[in-house]
Design a protein around this ligand. Structure first.
Ligand code: PLP
Ligand code: COI
Length: 358
Protein backbone atom coordinates (compact mmCIF):
# COMPACT_ATOMS: atom_id res chain seq x y z
CA UNK A 1 0.00 0.00 0.00
CA UNK A 2 1.27 3.48 -0.85
CA UNK A 3 1.10 5.80 2.14
CA UNK A 4 1.71 9.49 1.53
CA UNK A 5 3.28 11.42 4.36
CA UNK A 6 2.51 15.06 5.02
CA UNK A 7 5.56 17.10 6.03
CA UNK A 8 4.97 18.99 9.27
CA UNK A 9 6.75 22.25 10.02
CA UNK A 10 8.75 22.51 13.24
CA UNK A 11 6.30 25.10 14.64
CA UNK A 12 3.35 22.74 14.08
CA UNK A 13 4.79 20.13 16.46
CA UNK A 14 3.37 19.89 19.96
CA UNK A 15 5.33 20.32 23.16
CA UNK A 16 6.33 16.86 24.44
CA UNK A 17 5.28 15.57 27.83
CA UNK A 18 7.74 16.60 30.54
CA UNK A 19 7.72 13.68 32.92
CA UNK A 20 6.99 10.22 31.48
CA UNK A 21 6.39 8.79 34.94
CA UNK A 22 3.29 11.04 35.23
CA UNK A 23 1.67 10.06 31.92
CA UNK A 24 -1.44 8.20 33.07
CA UNK A 25 -3.62 6.81 30.28
CA UNK A 26 -4.96 8.27 27.06
CA UNK A 27 -4.89 12.06 27.44
CA UNK A 28 -1.86 12.97 25.35
CA UNK A 29 -1.75 12.41 21.59
CA UNK A 30 1.15 12.67 19.18
CA UNK A 31 1.66 15.03 16.22
CA UNK A 32 0.48 12.72 13.46
CA UNK A 33 -2.26 10.21 12.67
CA UNK A 34 -2.89 7.71 9.91
CA UNK A 35 -6.12 8.06 7.90
CA UNK A 36 -7.64 6.21 4.98
CA UNK A 37 -11.07 6.54 3.36
CA UNK A 38 -13.40 3.88 2.03
CA UNK A 39 -15.73 4.87 -0.81
CA UNK A 40 -16.92 3.19 -4.01
CA UNK A 41 -15.96 -0.18 -2.55
CA UNK A 42 -12.30 0.58 -2.07
CA UNK A 43 -9.83 1.98 0.44
CA UNK A 44 -8.11 5.13 -0.83
CA UNK A 45 -6.02 8.11 0.28
CA UNK A 46 -3.84 6.28 2.78
CA UNK A 47 -1.85 8.98 4.53
CA UNK A 48 0.08 9.97 7.58
CA UNK A 49 -0.98 13.51 8.30
CA UNK A 50 -1.14 16.06 11.06
CA UNK A 51 -3.26 14.99 14.07
CA UNK A 52 -6.32 17.18 13.71
CA UNK A 53 -10.11 17.35 14.01
CA UNK A 54 -12.30 15.53 11.50
CA UNK A 55 -14.99 17.24 9.48
CA UNK A 56 -18.03 14.98 9.31
CA UNK A 57 -21.61 15.45 8.23
CA UNK A 58 -23.90 15.59 11.31
CA UNK A 59 -25.95 12.81 9.76
CA UNK A 60 -22.93 10.47 9.47
CA UNK A 61 -24.00 6.95 10.47
CA UNK A 62 -21.48 6.67 13.28
CA UNK A 63 -23.16 9.46 15.25
CA UNK A 64 -26.58 7.83 15.15
CA UNK A 65 -26.21 4.08 15.03
CA UNK A 66 -22.70 3.56 16.45
CA UNK A 67 -21.23 1.71 13.50
CA UNK A 68 -17.73 1.92 14.95
CA UNK A 69 -14.95 -0.49 15.87
CA UNK A 70 -11.51 -0.12 17.39
CA UNK A 71 -8.42 -1.91 18.63
CA UNK A 72 -5.95 -1.36 21.44
CA UNK A 73 -2.29 -2.30 21.18
CA UNK A 74 1.07 -0.93 22.30
CA UNK A 75 4.59 -0.18 21.02
CA UNK A 76 7.36 -0.72 23.55
CA UNK A 77 10.84 0.80 23.63
CA UNK A 78 13.44 -1.82 24.55
CA UNK A 79 16.44 -0.67 26.58
CA UNK A 80 18.70 -1.29 23.56
CA UNK A 81 16.56 1.01 21.37
CA UNK A 82 14.50 -1.58 19.50
CA UNK A 83 10.86 -0.65 18.94
CA UNK A 84 8.65 -3.66 19.61
CA UNK A 85 5.03 -4.53 18.95
CA UNK A 86 3.32 -7.39 20.79
CA UNK A 87 1.41 -9.87 18.59
CA UNK A 88 0.17 -7.08 16.28
CA UNK A 89 -1.20 -9.59 13.77
CA UNK A 90 -3.71 -10.67 16.43
CA UNK A 91 -5.09 -7.14 16.77
CA UNK A 92 -5.32 -6.77 13.02
CA UNK A 93 -7.20 -10.04 12.75
CA UNK A 94 -9.58 -9.10 15.57
CA UNK A 95 -10.19 -5.68 13.97
CA UNK A 96 -11.27 -7.43 10.79
CA UNK A 97 -13.53 -9.81 12.76
CA UNK A 98 -15.13 -6.77 14.37
CA UNK A 99 -15.54 -5.16 10.94
CA UNK A 100 -17.22 -8.25 9.50
CA UNK A 101 -19.68 -8.44 12.43
CA UNK A 102 -20.80 -4.83 11.89
CA UNK A 103 -20.93 -5.17 8.09
CA UNK A 104 -17.94 -2.86 7.68
CA UNK A 105 -15.21 -3.39 5.09
CA UNK A 106 -12.16 -5.34 6.16
CA UNK A 107 -8.63 -4.13 5.45
CA UNK A 108 -5.92 -6.44 4.09
CA UNK A 109 -3.93 -7.53 7.16
CA UNK A 110 -0.61 -6.44 5.69
CA UNK A 111 -1.99 -2.98 4.88
CA UNK A 112 -3.33 -2.43 8.39
CA UNK A 113 -0.01 -3.56 9.86
CA UNK A 114 1.90 -1.31 7.49
CA UNK A 115 -0.24 1.69 8.48
CA UNK A 116 0.36 1.02 12.18
CA UNK A 117 4.09 0.42 11.81
CA UNK A 118 4.77 3.43 9.58
CA UNK A 119 2.85 5.72 11.92
CA UNK A 120 4.67 4.43 15.00
CA UNK A 121 8.02 4.91 13.25
CA UNK A 122 7.06 8.44 12.12
CA UNK A 123 6.25 9.22 15.77
CA UNK A 124 9.03 7.25 17.43
CA UNK A 125 10.29 10.32 19.32
CA UNK A 126 7.05 10.14 21.30
CA UNK A 127 7.58 6.59 22.59
CA UNK A 128 8.18 7.02 26.32
CA UNK A 129 11.02 5.12 27.98
CA UNK A 130 10.27 5.38 31.71
CA UNK A 131 9.45 2.13 33.54
CA UNK A 132 5.94 0.88 32.82
CA UNK A 133 5.31 3.31 29.96
CA UNK A 134 4.59 2.58 26.30
CA UNK A 135 2.92 4.01 23.22
CA UNK A 136 -0.75 3.05 23.11
CA UNK A 137 -2.03 2.53 19.56
CA UNK A 138 -5.71 3.01 18.76
CA UNK A 139 -6.78 1.84 15.28
CA UNK A 140 -10.41 2.87 14.72
CA UNK A 141 -13.00 2.63 11.95
CA UNK A 142 -16.09 4.84 11.72
CA UNK A 143 -19.08 4.90 9.35
CA UNK A 144 -19.17 8.26 7.59
CA UNK A 145 -22.00 8.07 5.05
CA UNK A 146 -24.47 10.95 5.44
CA UNK A 147 -27.77 9.07 5.76
CA UNK A 148 -30.28 8.54 8.57
CA UNK A 149 -31.66 5.19 7.42
CA UNK A 150 -30.54 2.18 9.41
CA UNK A 151 -28.27 0.30 7.04
CA UNK A 152 -24.55 -0.42 6.72
CA UNK A 153 -22.77 2.75 5.65
CA UNK A 154 -21.31 2.92 2.15
CA UNK A 155 -18.40 5.08 3.35
CA UNK A 156 -15.88 4.76 6.17
CA UNK A 157 -12.78 6.32 7.63
CA UNK A 158 -10.09 4.15 9.17
CA UNK A 159 -7.64 6.01 11.38
CA UNK A 160 -4.87 5.28 13.84
CA UNK A 161 -3.91 7.59 16.70
CA UNK A 162 -1.12 7.22 19.25
CA UNK A 163 -0.95 8.08 22.91
CA UNK A 164 2.12 7.79 25.14
CA UNK A 165 0.82 6.08 28.29
CA UNK A 166 1.70 4.89 31.76
CA UNK A 167 -0.48 2.76 34.02
CA UNK A 168 -4.20 2.39 33.18
CA UNK A 169 -5.25 2.40 36.83
CA UNK A 170 -4.24 5.35 39.01
CA UNK A 171 -2.56 3.16 41.61
CA UNK A 172 -0.30 1.40 39.06
CA UNK A 173 0.47 -2.25 39.84
CA UNK A 174 -1.69 -2.34 42.97
CA UNK A 175 -4.66 -4.62 43.71
CA UNK A 176 -7.94 -3.15 42.43
CA UNK A 177 -11.37 -3.49 44.03
CA UNK A 178 -14.11 -4.80 41.73
CA UNK A 179 -17.85 -4.50 42.10
CA UNK A 180 -19.79 -7.57 40.95
CA UNK A 181 -22.66 -6.16 38.88
CA UNK A 182 -25.82 -8.21 39.27
CA UNK A 183 -28.37 -5.82 37.77
CA UNK A 184 -26.98 -4.31 34.57
CA UNK A 185 -25.36 -6.47 31.91
CA UNK A 186 -22.68 -5.65 29.37
CA UNK A 187 -23.48 -8.02 26.54
CA UNK A 188 -25.58 -11.05 25.66
CA UNK A 189 -24.69 -14.09 23.60
CA UNK A 190 -25.66 -13.35 20.01
CA UNK A 191 -24.89 -9.65 20.46
CA UNK A 192 -21.60 -7.86 19.94
CA UNK A 193 -19.84 -8.43 23.27
CA UNK A 194 -17.11 -10.46 21.59
CA UNK A 195 -15.97 -7.65 19.28
CA UNK A 196 -14.47 -4.26 20.05
CA UNK A 197 -17.19 -1.77 19.25
CA UNK A 198 -17.86 1.48 21.09
CA UNK A 199 -21.45 0.52 21.90
CA UNK A 200 -20.28 -2.13 24.36
CA UNK A 201 -18.47 0.53 26.33
CA UNK A 202 -21.41 2.95 26.17
CA UNK A 203 -23.62 0.18 27.57
CA UNK A 204 -21.17 -0.30 30.44
CA UNK A 205 -20.95 3.33 31.54
CA UNK A 206 -23.84 3.45 34.01
CA UNK A 207 -22.67 0.45 36.00
CA UNK A 208 -19.06 1.62 35.84
CA UNK A 209 -20.02 5.11 36.98
CA UNK A 210 -22.05 3.84 39.93
CA UNK A 211 -19.27 1.48 40.95
CA UNK A 212 -16.73 4.29 40.77
CA UNK A 213 -18.95 6.51 42.93
CA UNK A 214 -18.75 3.78 45.55
CA UNK A 215 -14.95 3.61 45.30
CA UNK A 216 -14.51 0.62 42.99
CA UNK A 217 -12.13 0.57 40.04
CA UNK A 218 -14.37 -1.34 37.63
CA UNK A 219 -17.24 -3.80 37.56
CA UNK A 220 -17.04 -7.55 37.14
CA UNK A 221 -19.79 -8.50 34.70
CA UNK A 222 -22.02 -11.55 34.99
CA UNK A 223 -23.78 -13.30 32.11
CA UNK A 224 -26.88 -11.62 30.69
CA UNK A 225 -29.23 -14.59 30.95
CA UNK A 226 -28.89 -15.79 34.52
CA UNK A 227 -26.63 -13.19 36.21
CA UNK A 228 -24.81 -16.21 37.48
CA UNK A 229 -21.60 -16.81 35.52
CA UNK A 230 -18.52 -14.61 35.59
CA UNK A 231 -17.81 -12.88 32.26
CA UNK A 232 -15.11 -10.21 32.31
CA UNK A 233 -14.19 -6.80 33.69
CA UNK A 234 -14.74 -3.40 31.99
CA UNK A 235 -11.41 -3.38 30.14
CA UNK A 236 -9.88 -6.76 30.94
CA UNK A 237 -10.43 -10.50 31.08
CA UNK A 238 -10.58 -12.19 34.48
CA UNK A 239 -8.39 -14.91 35.99
CA UNK A 240 -8.73 -16.74 39.31
CA UNK A 241 -5.70 -18.51 40.74
CA UNK A 242 -6.11 -21.75 42.69
CA UNK A 243 -2.60 -22.46 43.94
CA UNK A 244 -0.80 -23.43 40.74
CA UNK A 245 -3.92 -23.52 38.57
CA UNK A 246 -5.47 -20.63 36.66
CA UNK A 247 -9.17 -20.55 35.86
CA UNK A 248 -10.60 -18.05 33.39
CA UNK A 249 -14.13 -17.86 31.97
CA UNK A 250 -14.42 -19.69 28.65
CA UNK A 251 -15.09 -17.54 25.59
CA UNK A 252 -18.85 -17.51 25.90
CA UNK A 253 -19.58 -15.44 22.82
CA UNK A 254 -20.34 -12.38 24.91
CA UNK A 255 -16.84 -11.60 26.21
CA UNK A 256 -13.88 -10.18 24.34
CA UNK A 257 -11.31 -12.78 23.26
CA UNK A 258 -8.41 -10.88 24.80
CA UNK A 259 -4.97 -11.17 23.28
CA UNK A 260 -3.41 -10.78 26.72
CA UNK A 261 -5.77 -13.51 27.98
CA UNK A 262 -4.62 -15.91 25.24
CA UNK A 263 -1.00 -15.00 26.01
CA UNK A 264 -1.43 -15.58 29.76
CA UNK A 265 -2.92 -19.01 29.05
CA UNK A 266 0.14 -19.97 27.00
CA UNK A 267 2.57 -18.34 29.39
CA UNK A 268 1.04 -20.16 32.35
CA UNK A 269 1.71 -23.53 30.79
CA UNK A 270 5.25 -22.45 29.92
CA UNK A 271 5.81 -21.49 33.58
CA UNK A 272 4.54 -24.86 34.81
CA UNK A 273 1.06 -23.73 35.88
CA UNK A 274 -2.10 -25.40 34.67
CA UNK A 275 -4.83 -23.35 33.07
CA UNK A 276 -8.52 -24.02 32.60
CA UNK A 277 -11.05 -22.18 30.45
CA UNK A 278 -14.53 -22.96 31.72
CA UNK A 279 -17.76 -21.49 32.96
CA UNK A 280 -17.39 -20.36 36.55
CA UNK A 281 -20.29 -19.11 38.64
CA UNK A 282 -20.06 -16.15 40.97
CA UNK A 283 -21.30 -18.38 43.81
CA UNK A 284 -18.39 -20.71 43.25
CA UNK A 285 -15.97 -17.78 43.20
CA UNK A 286 -17.33 -16.27 46.41
CA UNK A 287 -17.24 -19.64 48.15
CA UNK A 288 -13.69 -20.31 46.96
CA UNK A 289 -12.48 -16.90 48.11
CA UNK A 290 -14.10 -17.48 51.50
CA UNK A 291 -12.47 -20.91 51.95
CA UNK A 292 -9.12 -19.71 50.63
CA UNK A 293 -9.21 -22.08 47.63
CA UNK A 294 -8.80 -19.00 45.41
CA UNK A 295 -5.38 -17.76 46.33
CA UNK A 296 -5.06 -14.84 43.87
CA UNK A 297 -7.04 -13.07 41.16
CA UNK A 298 -6.09 -10.72 38.36
CA UNK A 299 -7.34 -9.12 35.17
CA UNK A 300 -5.53 -9.08 31.81
CA UNK A 301 -5.62 -6.54 29.01
CA UNK A 302 -3.46 -4.41 26.76
CA UNK A 303 -4.08 -1.21 28.70
CA UNK A 304 -4.36 -2.94 32.09
CA UNK A 305 -1.49 -5.42 31.42
CA UNK A 306 -1.93 -7.78 34.39
CA UNK A 307 -3.78 -6.08 37.21
CA UNK A 308 -4.03 -7.81 40.57
CA UNK A 309 -7.55 -7.92 42.02
CA UNK A 310 -7.67 -7.33 45.77
CA UNK A 311 -11.35 -7.88 46.42
CA UNK A 312 -14.77 -8.54 44.92
CA UNK A 313 -17.87 -6.96 46.39
CA UNK A 314 -21.01 -9.00 45.75
CA UNK A 315 -24.42 -8.07 47.15
CA UNK A 316 -22.85 -5.46 49.45
CA UNK A 317 -20.33 -7.86 50.97
CA UNK A 318 -16.61 -7.55 50.26
CA UNK A 319 -14.58 -10.71 49.68
CA UNK A 320 -10.87 -10.00 50.09
CA UNK A 321 -8.38 -12.04 48.08
CA UNK A 322 -4.86 -12.81 49.32
CA UNK A 323 -5.14 -10.16 52.02
CA UNK A 324 -5.30 -7.50 49.30
CA UNK A 325 -1.71 -8.23 48.32
CA UNK A 326 -0.16 -9.04 44.94
CA UNK A 327 0.20 -12.84 44.85
CA UNK A 328 3.30 -14.73 43.66
CA UNK A 329 1.76 -16.18 40.49
CA UNK A 330 0.29 -12.83 39.49
CA UNK A 331 3.68 -11.21 40.04
CA UNK A 332 5.51 -13.93 38.10
CA UNK A 333 3.11 -13.77 35.14
CA UNK A 334 3.27 -9.98 35.13
CA UNK A 335 7.08 -9.92 35.25
CA UNK A 336 7.44 -12.53 32.51
CA UNK A 337 4.87 -10.89 30.23
CA UNK A 338 6.32 -7.38 30.51
CA UNK A 339 9.89 -8.67 30.21
CA UNK A 340 8.91 -10.27 26.91
CA UNK A 341 6.98 -7.18 25.77
CA UNK A 342 9.92 -4.86 26.52
CA UNK A 343 12.47 -7.26 25.01
CA UNK A 344 14.21 -7.83 28.35
CA UNK A 345 13.74 -11.56 28.22
CA UNK A 346 13.93 -14.11 25.43
CA UNK A 347 10.61 -14.57 23.66
CA UNK A 348 10.10 -18.29 23.12
CA UNK A 349 6.70 -17.72 21.49
CA UNK A 350 7.62 -15.38 18.63
CA UNK A 351 5.19 -12.78 19.99
CA UNK A 352 7.38 -9.72 19.78
CA UNK A 353 7.92 -7.95 16.46
CA UNK A 354 10.77 -5.49 16.03
CA UNK A 355 9.70 -2.73 13.66
CA UNK A 356 12.69 -0.38 13.88
CA UNK A 357 14.92 1.47 16.29
CA UNK A 358 14.58 4.65 18.31
N1 PLP B 1 -12.21 -7.15 27.69
C1 PLP B 1 -12.55 -5.91 27.32
C2 PLP B 1 -13.96 -5.51 27.44
C3 PLP B 1 -11.58 -5.03 26.82
O1 PLP B 1 -11.90 -3.79 26.46
C4 PLP B 1 -10.24 -5.46 26.73
C5 PLP B 1 -9.21 -4.57 26.21
O2 PLP B 1 -8.91 -4.57 25.05
C6 PLP B 1 -9.94 -6.77 27.12
C7 PLP B 1 -10.93 -7.59 27.60
C8 PLP B 1 -8.55 -7.32 26.99
O3 PLP B 1 -8.22 -7.56 25.64
P1 PLP B 1 -6.71 -7.50 25.14
O4 PLP B 1 -5.94 -8.37 26.04
O5 PLP B 1 -6.76 -7.99 23.75
O6 PLP B 1 -6.29 -6.08 25.24
C1 COI C 1 -7.25 -2.00 25.75
O1 COI C 1 -6.81 -2.61 26.71
O2 COI C 1 -6.59 -1.80 24.74
C2 COI C 1 -8.60 -1.50 25.72
O3 COI C 1 -9.12 -1.32 24.67
C3 COI C 1 -9.23 -1.13 26.96
C4 COI C 1 -9.79 0.22 26.82
C5 COI C 1 -11.24 0.26 26.66
C6 COI C 1 -9.14 1.29 27.54
Amino acid sequence: MKITEEKLQEQELKAKFQDASQLGFGRIFTDRMFTMRYANNEWTEAKIEKYKNFTLDPSACVFHYSQEIFEGMKAYAAEDGRILLFRPEQNVRRMNNSAARLVMPTIPEEDMLQAIEELVLAEKNWIPRAAGTSMYIRPTMIATEAFLGVHPSAEYTFFVILSPVGAYYKGGFQPVKLYVEDTFVRAAVGGVGDIKTGGNYAASLMAGYRAQQKGFSQVLWLDAKERKYVEEVGAMNMFFVYGNKLVTPALSGSILPGITRASVLELAKHLGLTAEERTISIDEVIEDIATGAITEAFGSGTAAVISPVGSLTFKEKEYVINNNQVGPNTQHLYDTLVNIQYGRQEDPFGWVKEIGRL
